[in-house]
Design a protein. Structure first.
Length: 373
């Protein structure tokens, strides 16, 4: 295990170490900035150098593999730009809830959520690199204690403000708790950071994911969905992804007059699965969106693009994003005729969960009764 951790650390730091050496030779990072260089560009490169240094320190390969500090002039240029960058990351984090409410592409949502976590790791690296460089500069007399404290305090204030926003979205961030890259970051942390890791690399995400699982399992209003991992990721155990209750109920809470159920199917061979949430405001015709995924990697089933599909005899086609749409009005008429809500993909029948199937049929028939009143 120790050997694999050493190799993992080298993999995570070889790129940043090489980039750091390259940047420190850049004229933009010299003490006297050439007149031809844009100060903003120099600040951006200084920030990149600080981030690379911090990444190397966080994952600590053997000593001598990278420069262990940046110059005072680099630090002074980088800190204001770092604060500006953190404010941008904070704004992006604040939009996370709205994005999950409106975006239907699960893969895209997970990628964006993972990006928010990586941005926080970058910020941690920036602060680690700044603290290391400031300490070295104070020892050599290049930087006074007062200036060092002022620089580091600027970073900490922005970090604290951003963290407050991230904590508000902890249940969303926990969706990526078991992502391989997150696990790799946790395992590769240097000894100095293992006992008190950056908080997003502690157990907080997994603990929140487990809390989400328990909340769904214990909430009778969410029982038609079973557990989120069974409904959305039925094949992945034991590291199945936990979807917080607020994500599962986004479409269900769209309107007070909406009745909603979740319907899911599994391909007979187990290589694909599909699910759909049905939100039907009384008297309003809407589409039922069926999303198809590959079981192996939980990605959209683009391998089934253009495959013909029928649901209760209503025809459709899977698009390049693994989505097929059906008219709720046509499905309602099929239900009134007693047509079973059978999903056929390319002529192959996919069995549906019986409990959720009955719920969808009742909803469609109730819609028909309301529409005829």
């Amino acid at each position: 295990m120790a050997g694999s951790i050493v190799e993992l650390r080298r993999q995570l730091t070889s790129g940043p170490a090489a980039e750091l050496r390259r940047l420190l030779d850049d004229p933009a990072l010299q003490a006297r900035l050439p007149e031809s260089y844009d100060p903003q560009q120099a600040a951006e490169r200084a920030l990149s150098a600080l981030r690379c240094l911090g990444r190397c320190l966080l994952f600590a390969p053997e000593r001598g593999a990278f420069p262990e500090r940046v110059g005072v002039h680099v630090l002074r240029r980088a800190v204001p730009r770092a604060c500006e960058q953190m404010r941008g990351w904070k704004q992006a984090a604040a939009e996370l809830g709205r994005l999950w409410d409106k975006e239907g592409d699960l893969r895209r949502l997970e990628e964006v959520t993972l990006q928010r976590v990586e941005e926080r790791l970058d910020a941690e690296a920036i602060c680690v690199g700044a603290a290391k460089s400031a300490a070295a500069a104070m020892q050599t007399g290049e930087l006074t204690c007062e200036e060092a404290d002022a620089l580091l305090e600027q970073l900490q204030e922005e970090l604290d403000s951003w963290d407050a926003v991230l904590l508000e979205h902890l249940d969303l961030l926990s969706v990526v708790a078991d992502e391989p890259i997150v696990t790799a970051w946790q395992q590769a942390l240097a000894d100095a950071y293992r006992e008190t890791p950056p908080w997003l690399l502690s157990e907080i995400l997994r603990e929140q994911a487990e809390a989400s699982r328990r909340e769904v399992e214990n909430d009778p209003l969410l029982q038609p969905l079973a557990t989120p991992t069974e409904a959305l990721r039925p094949s992945r155990a034991p590291s199945q992804r936990a979807y917080p209750p607020r994500l599962l109920t986004v479409q269900m809470a769209a309107a007070p007059a909406t009745r909603n159920v979740l319907l899911r199917w599994n391909a007979p061979g187990g290589d694909h699965y599909a699910f759909a949430s049905l939100g039907v405001p009384v008297g309003e015709t809407r589409e039922l969106e069926v999303r198809v995924f590959r079981t192996e990697d939980d990605r959209e089933a683009d391998d089934l693009a253009e495959r013909p599909v029928t649901l209760a005899g209503v025809a459709g086609t899977i698009d390049a994003r693994g989505v097929c749409r059906f008219s709720v009005d046509e499905l309602r008429r099929a239900a009134e005729k007693g047509q079973p809500l059978e999903l056929q993909v390319g002529g192959e029948s996919w069995p549906a969960d019986e409990q959720s199937l009955a719920g969808v049929e009742r909803t469609l028939l109730q819609l028909g009764g309301s529409a005829n009143d």
